[in-house]
Ligand binder design. Structure first.
Ligand code: ZN
Length: 364
């Protein structure tokens, strides 16, 4: 029987769970129903509180698709599980949860775990799990401890700096992602005036207004007053795209994760001032986006991630800019706060047939 899944907000997900002591017929039926419910929902794991039963039982199973880089693991039923040992090495991965629909959260967990438990008949078992298996088991044990993935969210304060349209997608994605709090936007371009009426032509400013994010306009970011403001806002990270002003060293030193620049070329190619136009003028077969850590010397910072796209030769610079803006947003969100390739990357790609992914790991 397929059971209804309890969603975030249901108190049963937060109640303490009891040890399983009777492995009787009624219990076997519950286990069967949990397996059926997990499979019917295309889940890779399910814990008893998710079907409204406050008992320490989890089921999990993963069958990898052909192109998957993650290994399959067989159907596993664990009763009264306990993590006996966890690896020191931790990895990030985006997780979803049947009880928290439409949310994807980057969660850092030990890469491998040893779990002691009982099987569905009460026999003691010990399993060594790694990769996706370790992750699913830890996620489900979280449920048995009344914990949800939303409890893992660590909000990062981000400041966005940009004027041109390249950064639009990135700013929107940062605003939409609950793991980031965009606490200020700095932009350069002043309002245009048409027949005496001030017209907002800067889409970055428009997005900030709509999201009610404090906006700072400046033609001179190196002004002492602006630097003081940024110091007060104290962002953890600054994301910059299409800004056109040089960021002084005093600002580069403020955020603890530095200043990341979204550059619309496959650096080191086209370091100059108009990389998109240059890509087209030179008849390049490939275009791309680089995520670069900004350093005081112009265009000298290390590239921490890069993604490339094949061109078909009919692109205009405005189409390419829009496309690279979208690619840049996906690259950014998948490189933050740790440069791990996540499942979300593939999802965000709308034209995967054109794409060659060349993500590099950040050299730390
Ligand atoms: Zn879950």
């Amino acid at each position: 029987m397929i059971l209804p899944i309890k969603k975030e907000g249901d108190p049963v997900l937060r109640e303490p769970t009891e040890q399983v002591v009777d492995f009787d017929f009624e219990f076997q039926t519950l286990v069967n129903n949990m397996i059926e419910t997990m499979r019917a929902n295309n889940g890779v794991g399910l814990a008893a509180p998710q079907v409204g039963v406050s008992k320490r039982i989890l089921v999990c199973e993963f069958t990898a698709e052909e192109d998957s880089q993650l290994p399959s693991f067989p159907l596993t039923v664990l009763c009264n599980p306990r993590i006996k040992q966890a690896s020191k090495e931790e990895v990030n991965m985006v997780e979803g949860c049947l009880s928290v629909p439409d949310r994807e959260i980057l969660v850092k967990r030990p890469k491998s775990v040893t779990v002691v438990a009982q099987d569905r008949y009460g026999n003691p078992i010990e399993i060594d799990a790694e990769s996706i298996f370790a992750r699913v088991v830890q996620h489900e044990i979280d449920h048995l401890n009344s914990t949800l993935i939303v409890d893992h969210v660590q909000e990062l304060n981000v400041m966005f700096i940009g004027t041109g349209s390249l950064g639009e997608y990135s700013l929107r994605e940062l605003i939409a992602d609950t793991q980031y709090h965009v606490n200020a936007v700095i932009t350069g371009e002043a309002k245009a005036t048409i027949r005496g009426q001030a017209i907002e032509t800067n889409t970055i400013a428009q997005i900030a207004h709509q999201a009610k994010i404090p906006l700072i306009r400046t033609e001179r970011i190196r002004d002492e007053a602006i630097i003081e403001k940024i110091k007060k806002i104290n962002p953890d990270l600054i994301v910059m795209a299409d800004f056109g002003q040089i960021i002084p060293k005093e600002i580069l030193n403020i955020p603890r994760f530095g200043v990341l620049n979204i550059h619309p070329s496959l650096l080191p190619r086209h370091r100059g001032p108009s990389p998109i136009q240059q890509t087209i003028l030179d008849g390049d077969k490939m275009a791309g986006v680089s995520l670069m850590l900004t350093v005081p010397e112009l265009d000298a910072g290390p590239v921490i991630a890069q993604t490339a796209v094949e061109l078909i030769g009919v692109e205009t610079s405005s189409i390419l800019k829009d496309y690279l803006g979208e690619l840049g947003a996906a690259l950014l969100l998948n490189s933050l706060p740790y440069p791990e390739i996540s499942s979300r990357f593939r999802k965000t790609m709308k034209r995967p047939h054109l794409l060659v992914c060349l993500l590099k790991k950040m050299a730390r």
